[in-house]
Ligand binder design. Structure first.
Ligand SMILES: Cc1cc2nc3c(=O)[nH]c(=O)nc-3n(C[C@H](O)[C@H](O)[C@H](O)COP(=O)(O)OP(=O)(O)OC[C@H]3O[C@@H](n4cnc5c(N)ncnc54)[C@H](O)[C@@H]3O)c2cc1C
Length: 432
């Protein structure tokens, strides 16, 4: 194991569900340790640690609400929370760097443009996965986000026909949101398989999703692959692909305008606008951690981690990873990302406290309290919110009827729950 310098340098790469959860635990367990800390004011400085959060954005984005946010701008505006609204992140032992990470090496991160190296003794990798904009969110500041949202809102408002390509969870939610909020528009969902939402789900669940979409008036073209497309513009705003779009697909706006798509059976489908919901890209190209075990650190499903969220290679026991960037779950979900982040933060704090004389005893999920919203992908646990009035839930083998399911999902798609955990305008307290 690398011997930490003084102060111990901890880097957290990525500040969304997983990264901010790790930051909160590091704050609570390394900074807010005075017995008189009660969450009413900033914790005192700790000269023994230096924590750096690096993200290309200046705030948290609540992805779960993105498809609804594209259709309802008032709601959409609430999905971005600037880090500056979180007083605890302004702690003197914490610095926030707004920068693109281009490479993760064993003891430093490389940052774009300046070529700066961020050295660390401990690292949490929480970079998620990437999707093209607008689902993936291109903006790096709140002003950009609001302006992009207004532009996409205008495109949607002016379109008569809208096509969504890709019937996974995101594509079905987007099609349902579009048709719910714009019933007068023609909304078509094209999906290559005969039923939507691939993954560990039953056909009963998929049929139920199909029925809801059709009852909303979404035209479902399933079992059809798009084999050709022509369009007047393949970037909504006509701009050149942004610098670093090769490692950050979210910097590329994939909305097409005035497009005609040809499907595998020869159907021609016109869309005044077309949304691409064809899935996510991994962060494999950034991770430069040669394996010492014969198994690559980055498996096809993400960074291989052990139960403690440590990279599963003895050479990198100082590096942890959490959330969508890891190989832990077949279904990548926000609750699991937050839980993994908490565990990574807790375990780094334990290792640091151990080097100060306490016993290490890093913990694995079996010894952690399970959050009730954390899904168990093996059982196919998913809540799909299809517009404001419909939801379809699979709970293990059971599919909850839609009438009951809508009362079991959060009306604001967990926005208030997510923001509560950010401690906006306040300071975290252990156990709350
Ligand atoms: C439309 C949509 C709907 C969803 N609905 C649900 C749902 O209903 N329930 C659910 O549980 N999950 C849902 N998910 C999945 C959920 O959003 C993810 O599981 C979750 O975001 C994972 O959190 P994370 O912290 O691992 O990664 P992310 O939230 O993706 O965060 C990664 C962070 O890393 C930063 N970053 C990435 N690359 C770089 C780089 N090179 N340099 C600097 N910074 C970088 C990003 O800016 C971001 O802040 C949905 C996702 C989408 C897109």
């Amino acid at each position: 194991m690398h011997i930490p310098s003084t102060p111990v340098r901890i880097a957290v790469a990525g500040g969304n569900y997983a990264g901010l959860s790790a930051m909160r635990e590091l704050y609570l367990q390394l900074l807010a340790t005075n017995t008189d800390y009660d969450g009413t004011r900033q914790a005192p400085p700790n000269p023994k640690v230096k924590i750096t959060l690096i993200d290309r954005r200046d705030g948290f984005v609540h992805y779960l609400g993105i498809t609804r946010g594209l259709c309802q701008s008032e709601y959409g505006r609430k999905l971005w929370v600037p880090y500056s609204d979180l007083p605890w992140l302004q702690h003197p032992s914490i610095s926030i760097k707004k920068s693109i990470i281009t490479r993760i090496a064993s003891h430093h991160l490389e940052l774009a443009d300046t070529g700066e190296h961020e050295e660390f003794d401990y690292l949490v990798v929480a970079l998620g996965q990437s999707r093209t904009a607008p689902i993936g969110v291109a903006a790096s500041s709140m002003d950009e986000y609001v302006s992009d949202m207004d532009k996409h809102g205008k495109l949607i408002g002016n379109a008569q026909s809208i096509v969504v390509v890709g019937g996974g969870a995101v594509g079905t939610e987007l099609a349902a949101d579009l048709k719910t909020d714009h019933p007068e528009k023609e909304v078509t969902l094209i999906h290559s398989r005969s039923l939507p939402v691939p993954g560990p789900f039953t056909d009963e669940f998929r049929l139920c999703v199909t029925k809801v979409l059709q009852s909303l008036g979404v035209k479902t073209l399933f079992g059809e692959r798009v084999i050709d497309e022509s369009c007047s513009a393949n970037d909504a705003f006509g701009a050149e692909p942004a610098k670093h779009a090769d490692i950050l697909p979210e910097l590329f706006d994939s909305v097409k305008r005035n497009a005609t798509l040809t499907t595998s059976s020869g159907l021609r489908v016109h869309g005044d606008i077309v949304f691409n919901c064809l899935g996510a890209t991994s962060k494999a190209s950034l991770v430069d951690l040669p394996s010492s075990t014969g198994y690559p650190v980055f498996s096809p499903h993400g960074i291989r981690v052990n139960q403690a969220m440590q990279v599963d290679d003895p050479k990198y026991s100082h590096i942890f990873a959490a959330g969508d960037v890891t190989d832990r779950d077949l279904l990548k979900l926000a609750g699991a990302a937050s839980k993994g982040g908490r565990l990574a933060g807790t375990n780094i704090a334990k290792l640091i406290n151990a080097s100060n004389g306490e016993a290490a005893g890093i913990i694995s999920p079996s010894r952690e309290k399970h959050g009730k919203e954390v899904s168990s992908p093996e059982l196919g646990w998913i809540k799909l919110v299809l517009g404001e009035h419909h939801a379809v839930i699979q709970r293990g083998e059971e599919v909850v009827p839609t009438e009951a399911a809508i009362h079991m999902v959060s009306p604001d798609i967990k926005l208030s729950k997510a923001t509560r955990k950010l401690y906006i305008g306040s300071y975290p307290i252990n156990g709350k």
